[in-house]
Design a binder for this molecule. Structure first.
Ligand code: ADP
Ligand code: ADP
Length: 236
């Protein structure tokens, strides 16, 4: 089943065209890596998938993006519901200046979950899924900003998972981290694809080769190659 289908996507920032005729299909339970030089449109593409580009002044988007068959630029789409279906993890870990518990409970509370026991369960489940539970279970009331960089990023992943999205977008999630934290998150991403569809922007070809099923090469706003990672990286 298609998790994400992009047809003839063009994006302009004013006069500047940042995406040109992008066509791409991403299946469920896939890790798709977006690679290419700085400024080629990777982040812009990622932000069109959860409509984060809408807010930018002067943006024009043409083409069709469907998530599980639903056109997300349709007038009837509730952007709040879309945000629940599509989680986002950013380059620099950005936990809220709150407790570990409140970081995870934040999204579910916004969506109306206020039952303490239910929230306890969501917090534990999300932290387990992000391979952080054992490290933080005895200090859930501590400030999230006291965690190490790698732990903070896993917390941000747990926070994204807490609202049970179908798709998780990650914009260079390891580029601010040391090699050991990076390896942990790479392992985690491969576990997560059993439940989620993951789209990850990376500067790092080796990382794409290690963790992705599909690789998309962007160049000057165009998708110049999109194929199975194994096929792309096995050719001499
Ligand atoms: P990448 O993620 O591959 O580094 P970006 O998607 O950030 O590339 O940028 C693609 C192009 O669009 C670049 O030329 C960048 O300067 C431009 N761009 C990105 N965001 C904006 C914006 N908010 N307003 C205008 N131009 C932008
Ligand atoms: P990255 O290279 O990590 O993708 P950038 O440094 O290109 O990020 O962009 C950082 C922020 O500035 C992004 O939110 C992007 O949308 C915005 N931006 C990038 N290029 C431009 C631009 N030419 N005009 C306005 N905003 C921009």
């Amino acid at each position: 089943r298609h998790a994400i289908e992009v047809k003839d996507l063009d994006l302009h920032y004013g006069e500047k065209q940042a995406l040109k005729k992008i066509n791409m299909t991403i299946e469920e339970n896939t890790v798709a890596a977006l690679i290419g030089p700085s400024g080629c449109g990777k982040s812009t593409f990622l932000r069109t998938i959860n409509r984060m580009n809408d807010m930018i002044q002067g943006v024009r988007i043409d083409g069709v993006i469907t998530l599980h068959g639903e056109n997300i630029y349709d007038k009837t789409i509730d952007v709040e519901v879309l945000r629940k279906e599509v989680g986002m993890v950013f380059q620099a870990p950005n936990p809220f200046p709150k407790s570990i518990y409140d970081n995870i409970a934040y999204g579910p509370r916004i969506h109306g979950q206020n039952n303490r026991k239910a929230l306890d369960e969501i917090v534990e489940k999300s932290l387990r899924q992000a391979a952080l539970w054992d490290e933080v279970k005895d200090r859930l009331k501590d400030r999230a900003t006291g965690l190490s960089g790698g732990q903070q990023q896993r917390l941000c992943i747990a926070r994204a998972l807490a609202v049970e999205p179908d798709i998780v977008l990650m914009d260079e999630p390891t580029s601010a981290l040391d090699p050991i934290s990076t390896a942990k998150i790479e392992e985690l991403i491969q576990d997560l694809k059993q439940r989620y569809t993951i789209v990850i922007v990376t500067h790092n070809m080796q990382q794409a080769a290690r963790i992705s099923d599909k690789t998309a090469f962007f160049l000057n706003g165009e998708l110049v190659e999109y194929n199975d990672t194994e096929t792309l990286f096995s050719n001499p």
